[in-house]
Design a protein around this ligand. Structure first.
Ligand code: CAA
Length: 283
């Protein structure tokens, strides 16, 4: 099966990045948002990112224009009817995702593959509302999608070898390096990243060091591109809390228990870059 048209559900930070990389790799892309306001915002983000890619010499203006021309925005899920692969990148809510998966299962052609970009939710549960469990998997991209070279595939006990072979070809065509994990909360990256980020909040909460020193220590002591508190702001404190809660719910392991400060910062609206303030302030 050859993938020609890719559908993306959700045009937020992740969905817009996924739509962009697929279009840049030559796929026809249909991206769906829940309303025109969110859609316009998402398409604007793609345009901005493509301009940045041109400015950084990662693409020519012509390539960027062609990529943009391959992206069709819609607010109607039915417009994904001709897609060979759909990547769902909607909000991290199981009920919403199951509704989308059930609807897409009725809309898509029988050969189409249905993937979720979820960072922690159960892929098997999403597959359970479809009649195509063998064609369902997780395709987890990383933020910022055009820059981060990894894709994490999440294979359930139902996903077929054929589906895995097709998505591996797809991932390679995007220029990404791929790893495969079982369908367990956090997969590989977040299983290791989340306890680390939670520990960084605990260290800060306990007054061991200033936030700047914690970040500098990790940046320069371990050569990470960002310290953990900066990374929390970058990913979004609400997103990290959501993943931590999902992992704690499944494993009941204190390593995944969110520290009180993280929960209170989220309650106070200090979500990181997206809200203008998290551990640091953003103008
Ligand atoms: N398109 C293509 N390339 C782009 C681009 C775009 N829109 N924007 C930037 N780039 C390229 C730049 O040209 C540059 O490439 P070179 O190194 O070859 O010159 C590179 O990307 C870095 O760009 P910048 O110089 O603008 O940015 P930076 O050096 O300050 O790095 C960063 C920014 C990539 C975000 C870096 O700080 C970083 O890697 N941080 C960590 C990010 C991270 O950990 N992400 C994962 C979060 S976890 C997640 O996503 C999963 C989850 O489930 C929570």
């Amino acid at each position: 099966m050859e993938i020609v048209q890719v559908g993306v559900v959700g045009c937020g930070l992740m969905g817009s990045g996924i739509a962009e990389v697929c279009a840049r790799a030559g796929y026809q892309v249909v991206v769906r948002e829940v309303n025109t306001e969110f859609l316009e915002k998402g398409l604007g983000r793609i345009q901005k990112s493509l301009s940045k890619a041109v400015a950084r010499g990662k693409a020519t203006q012509e390539q960027a224009d062609q990529a943009l021309a391959r992206i069709q925005g819609t607010v109607d899920l039915a417009d994904l009817a001709h897609c060979d692969l759909v990547v769902e990148a909607a909000i991290e809510n199981m009920a919403t995702k199951k509704e989308i998966f059930a609807q897409l299962d009725g809309i898509l052609p029988p050969h189409a593959i249905l993937a979720s970009n979820t960072s922690s939710l159960c892929i098997t549960e999403m597959a359970s509302v479809t009649q195509r469990g063998d064609k369902v998997l997780g395709i987890h991209f990383f933020n910022p999608v055009p820059v981060m070279p990894l894709i994490e595939f999440v294979r359930t006990i139902l996903t077929s070898d054929e589906t895995m072979a097709i998505v591996r070809q797809f991932g390679a065509s995007l220029g990404k390096t791929m790893v495969t994990a079982k369908d367990t909360p956090g997969f590989i990256v977040n299983r290791l990243l989340i306890p680390y980020l939670l520990d960084a909040v605990r260290v800060y909460e306990n007054g061991l060091a200033t936030k700047e020193d914690i970040d500098t220590a990790i940046k320069l002591g371990l050569n990470h591109p960002m310290g953990p508190l900066t990374l929390l702001d970058f990913v979004g404190l609400d997103t990290c809390l959501f993943i931590a809660d999902a992992m704690f719910e499944e494993y009941k392991d204190p390593r995944y228990a969110a520290p009180p400060l993280l929960r209170r910062m989220v309650l106070a609206g200090r979500l990181g870059r997206k809200s203008g303030r998290g551990f640091y302030e953003y103008t």
